[in-house]
Design a protein around this ligand. Structure first.
Ligand code: 1GP
Length: 252
């Protein structure tokens, strides 16, 4: 299956795609099959898998467990070159275009490219744009880059457009995992007004209202991670999915 096309189809047919980020270091593995099943029943479109550190060294086995539990796509969201597995369906080939650290613009990609080719994984070129969200986030610290100030939508829009002109296929507006405040709507609107490639929004999204606001502002793909790491919220996954799927009838 071509995963990029799968995402484009979800956007055009359902109004958006909803992906849940699973960090192998954070989820209790024995809860994984149940969580995956809940997500599938709730209408989630797929999974991002990855983390900033990856202390869990059994990356292949972890993805395999997900693939055994579901036919939904498992897409790597790599925190490093150590997170490449041919068991996944695709990999977000992320370039931190908001930063000026050459290692995260092109350096790691040179190391990763031959491995991705050899393992025959679909790379999806993604302009990864960090947006200031209050405190320093893990991704800012780990990438050694400054995020775009949240009150500078014009810089975010110009950065996203540059990524599109460079041939990237997706824009990812990232507030950072566990961010106290998510990407502002005005900034999403500014990027959407300039770009014709799909816009992913993630980081600090913890309410259905917030999902709706992101979608209304021009987001095409929504990512949540932290909020559903706690099983107390699992019953809400379907409401999040429904808020993303703006073209589908609302289910109760
Ligand atoms: C982080 O955008 C993702 O890279 C998801 O963030 O964990 O805050 O939902 P949260």
């Amino acid at each position: 299956m071509n995963i990029y096309k799968y995402l484009l189809d979800a956007i055009s047919e359902k109004g958006g795609a909803y992906l849940i980020l699973i960090d192998p270091d954070k989820i209790e593995e024995e809860k994984l099959p149940l969580f995956i099943r809940k997500c599938e029943q709730a209408g989630v479109d797929g999974f991002l898998i990855g983390g900033s550190l990856m202390v869990n060294s059994k990356f292949d086995e972890f993805i395999e467990k997900i693939k055994i539990a579901t036919n939904l796509p498992a897409i790597i969201f790599p925190g490093g070159v150590n997170q490449i597995s041919n068991i996944a369906d695709a990999i977000l080939y992320l370039s931190v275009v908001s930063g000026r650290n050459s290692e995260h613009l092109i350096g790691k990609h040179v190391l990763a490219a031959p491995i991705i080719k050899a393992k025959n994984i679909e790379p999806i070129s993604t302009g990864y744009i960090l947006i200031e969200s209050g405190a320093t986030t893990t991704v800012q610290y780990m990438s050694g880059t400054l995020p775009i100030p949240r009150n500078k939508p014009e810089i975010a829009a110009a950065t996203a457009l540059a990524a599109e002109y460079l041939g990237m296929k997706l824009i990812y507006l990232e507030a950072g995992s566990g961010a106290g405040i998510s990407v502002p709507e005005i900034l999403i609107q500014a990027v959407a007004s300039q770009c014709s490639i799909p816009i992913i929004v993630g980081g600090g999204i913890t309410s259905i209202e917030s999902v709706r606001q992101k979608m209304d502002s021009g987001a095409n793909i929504i990512i949540t991670g932290n909020y559903f790491e706690d099983e107390n919220h699992w019953e809400l996954i379907k409401d999040f999915a429904s808020a993303v799927h703006t073209k589908l009838p609302i289910t109760v």
